[in-house]
Design a protein around this ligand. Sequence first.
Ligand code: G6P
Length: 362
Amino acid sequence: SEADKGIYPYYMLKEINEQPNVLRKLSQKYLSEDGQSKIDPKILEAMKAADRLYIVGAGTSYHAGLVGKNMFEKLVGIPTEVEVASEFAYADPLFSEKPFFIFLTQSGETADSRVVLQNVTKRGFPTLTITNVQNSTLSREADYTLLLDAGPEISVASTKAYTAQIALEAILAKSLGESLGLKRAADFNLRQQLGLVATGMQAVIDEKDHFDEVSKQYFVEASKAFYIGRGIDYYVSLEAALKLKEISYIIAEGFASGELKHGTIALIEEGTPVVAIATQAKTASLTRNNLEETKSRGAKTFTISTESLAEDGDDIVLQDVDEMLTPLLSVVPAQLLAYYTSLNKGLNVDRPRNLAKSVTVE
Ligand code: G6P
């Protein structure tokens, strides 16, 4: 069955490997061959009326929301806020006049997100749940649902749900922007781009033995580690660090690279691993400078870049895709590094201590 580990020692590796296919399926489901949107027009109509989008999630889903903000603002032109569910639920937020709420939740069962959904539903605001589980609680309780169709995700550390959520946010943003008549959205050849992303992901996955080595060189002996970047590279850093924390128990931080010098760089010692994600033309060289600053304080540095921004000595060079979509590629090395670090430390990759796949209490 789909929920069978098959030849894989752990579900996590199986689920990492499935990502290129998950993206292809998602692309086929929601975009026609000539790139036209197949998203339910009722959803687009409801979103069009909004003056602000609120994306709500927890954990990895929250991180996928952060990456989505950029796409909604660029392709749709509607200000977008991304909120941690457990905080937003009790923050008494001041809403805009016509807000639209998007709930990201792999399981569709997270209590923290559900509380927000119930609050905003009471106030009569429109809601959409993006989830991997049909008929899940948050799907039933929202006005609209879009399914990720990523297949069951069993490993506690989320991988394919994160990339599927980002891809679906891209599809939704393109569809909405196009229906609002925005040229940038209409010109964005997302079907082709998602094809390139799938190929680029596969290229990273094909190098998985390399990540096994890197995990031994950089992480297995480390007690702390950093992922750094700016903008959406920073948002991926948050997810990259979370993967490492969850399954390898290394104290890991995802950090805005420019902010390091304002305090956190004090934590860098001889041998501290620092991974830079540099996939955005506007900020890549700034991030590289910040990485250098950690290196001169003893950090063991590692750089993830893209073909068009690559420099000599970069450790991982990702294939070029539209800059909005680089998180779909840059997260994969981090997933594999977390996987192998956990494995090489002899830990239970799929069942980390203290964690549950879905958390139905606040
Ligand atoms: C749990 C899981 C995380 C997940 C979070 C949100 O804490 O361990 O991996 O990201 O819940 O789950 P959801 O199903 O709402 O995406």
